[in-house]
Design a protein. Sequence first.
Length: 267
Amino acid sequence: MSIRQTNFDLKEEIRDYWSRRSQTFDLAFGHRIPRGPEFDAWQQPIRDHLGPTPLRVLELACGTGEVTALIHDLGHDVTALDFSEAMLSVAKAKHAGKDRLRFVLADAENPMEPDACYDAIICRHLVWTLTDPAKAFGEWHRVLKPGGTLLVFDGDWAKPTRLGRAAAWLIRRIDRFCGADRHYDGAMSERHSAIMSALPFGAGLRPDDLIPQLKQAGFVDFEISSHGPIAKAQRRGANLRNKLRTLVYRRFILVAKSAGASHGGEA
Ligand SMILES: C[S@@+](CC[C@H](N)C(=O)[O-])C[C@H]1O[C@@H](n2cnc3c(N)ncnc32)[C@H](O)[C@@H]1O
């Protein structure tokens, strides 16, 4: 079913898509972050860029609360935001009773938080799905304190790398022999690609696309780190199909600082 056959707007489509996946999201490889080497590998860039002092962190698009655990366990004060009530309720159940943690139902493109109140913003796998990146980045700059840190985990989900095309071919062969993995994007992949084709980053998301837009919003001091150590940790103990999945797309970790003064990109 194409999204153009519904009367939902794009953002409603995205929210509905993730809400329907809320109960099985953690079952798909790469989403849940098991304790141990993989947890440590995801946590390392956060540790490196936020330092040891407890900070006020806004986590955007927290989903089922997997990244929330990484940040909270480091001792930070976390506000975890998502616009899907269904995803948020999984996260809330997972983290029930924790202090230093607040969940907010809101649009990450308009978080409605006060000006300059966060030391850091962290998001995993949100930027590719923004419908109005310029507005979102302006808002993120607004809610960050001057000198605050933006840490983005994301990837270019539109184009597999050369090695990734070979890996994807092998995954299709395994699917054919063993049956498709029903929790991986498969069941909804047609809908996923229909949504993707309508997104500003639908043709791909690379740091080179992102940095000029973030600069426009007032971010400076960009650093790109490799996702390699995380992928390596994910491959430990994974079956062949999931090992191959870590090779399909180019992922990146982008870190930037909020400049003191606005550079004119705010919504
Ligand atoms: C791929 S999931 C990632 C979840 C989580 N960040 C993780 O990595 O486990 C995408 C999440 O982004 C949320 N999302 C997408 N667009 C959003 C928006 N504009 N505002 C708030 N949440 C959004 C969805 O509801 C979903 O929970």
